[in-house]
Structures are given as C-alpha cells and as structure tokens.
Write a protein that binds this ligand. Structure first.
Ligand code: HEC
Length: 138
C-alpha cells in the first residue's frame, strides 16, 4: 500500500470518527437545561410572542427592552412575572394566562442557569478557552 493511500484512508477514518462524535455526544443536551416541561412550553411561548423582537438573550435580539439572560437571577421570578402579566407603557400586555406566565418565567430561569451575560470576569486558559464564572443563580 503506498503512503498516499494510507494518508487518504486515515483522513476518511478521522473525519468519520469526528462527525460521529460531534453529531452524537456533541449535540446532546448534557447540561440538563430545558429538561423541564414547563420551561419547554415557555420556550415555545417565547417564540410565539416573539419576545426576542424587543429583548436580547446573550446580547442578541431587539434593543427596545433589556437583555433577559440573567433576569431571573438578578431580579427574581416575582418581578419577571409581574412584567410579563401586566406589561408597561412600552411593553405590551399579552394577556397571558397565569400558567403561560409561569412557563415563560421557567424558561427564563433555565436561560439564567445556562450562563452569564455580559461576562464580568472572563478568564482565558493557556490553551485559549474562555472560562466562564458560574451563572447568576436565583
Ligand atoms: C414591543 C416590545 C416588547 C415585546 C414584544 C416584549 N417586551 Fe418585555 N419589555 C419591553 C420593554 C420596553 C421593557 C422595559 C419596560 C419598562 O421599563 O417600562 C420590557 C420589560 C420586560 C421585563 C422586565 C425587565 C426588567 O428587568 O425590568 C420582562 C421580564 C419582560 N419584558 C419579558 C418579556 C417577555 C417574556 C416577552 C414575550 C412574551 C416580552 N417581554 C415581549 C418590550 C417588549
């Protein structure tokens, strides 16, 4: 077997192993987020009512309202529920049922646990990874 064939076969084998790893373990929801049914329902409501049109998660979204990544950690569930159920002069009142408000708050609680934005003291390891401090917990 000539060396070109050896290189060719090793590239194919490595690419297959890498793809297998990325598309199985890599896409698994291993951090336990969004395993809760209420939070999943909340995520659908978040999409249905297009909250991201005015709010950001991790800095991405519309800029009319504030970033809600750590809303629950910083201000708590009661505060968030009040805003979501009542609206304000600038935020619409979506006339949601109490359950729906709870689901949205549960979703925002999961987002809060997923990390912190903006990062206050990001560290950098010698091999270039960013180390993230713990999420702001309620
Ligand atoms: C039309 C734009 C708009 C949409 C759509 C919108 N919001 Fe808001 N939201 C705002 C604005 C503006 C504020 C700030 C309100 C104020 O201070 O009067 C706000 C405030 C909030 C707050 C309180 C933030 C804080 O820390 O004071 C929460 C929680 C919230 N919105 C959740 C949601 C959720 C959940 C949805 C989707 C169901 C949503 N918003 C959709 C504009 C919007």
């Amino acid at each position: 077997m000539n060396y070109k064939r050896v290189i060719f076969i090793s590239i194919i084998v490595t690419a297959s192993l890498y793809s297998y790893k990325v598309y199985t373990d890599g896409t698994e929801n291993s951090n336990g987020l969004l395993t809760n049914e209420k939070a999943k329902a909340g995520k659908l409501l978040w999409q249905e009512y297009n909250c991201i049109a005015c709010h950001q998660l991790y800095g991405l979204g519309g800029y009319m309202g504030p970033d809600l990544t750590n809303e629950i950690g910083l201000k708590g569930k009661v505060y968030a529920s009040a805003f979501i159920s009542m609206g304000t002069s600038r935020m619409p009142n979506f006339k949601l049922k109490k359950d729906e408000v709870d689901d949205l708050v549960e979703y925002l609680a999961c987002v809060n646990k997923s990390g912190e934005y903006p990062l206050k003291n990001p560290g950098i390891t010698p091999w270039g990874d960013i180390t993230i401090s713990n999420a702001i917990r309620p």
